[in-house]
Design a protein. Structure first.
Length: 60
């Protein structure tokens, strides 16, 4: 049984059937767009992070 099947949450990906789907959190940690048209890609056409995808911190 995988960690996600055991109920543990991973902020970097989730399983959608047989597919591993990376989250915007993962893409932002990686730091660039791979150009594959990922479902949760937080980057625009020029490879810059979209404003709404920027990590939010409490108290800022």
């Amino acid at each position: 049984m995988s960690d996600n099947e055991a109920g543990e949450q991973d902020p970097d990906y989730y399983m959608d059937g047989p597919f591993c789907v990376f989250t915007a959190t993962f893409h932002l940690k990686r730091g660039f767009c791979c150009g594959s048209g990922c479902r949760h890609c937080p980057y625009d056409e020029e490879g810059q992070p979209l404003p709404e995808a920027s990590p939010q911190r409490d108290g800022d």
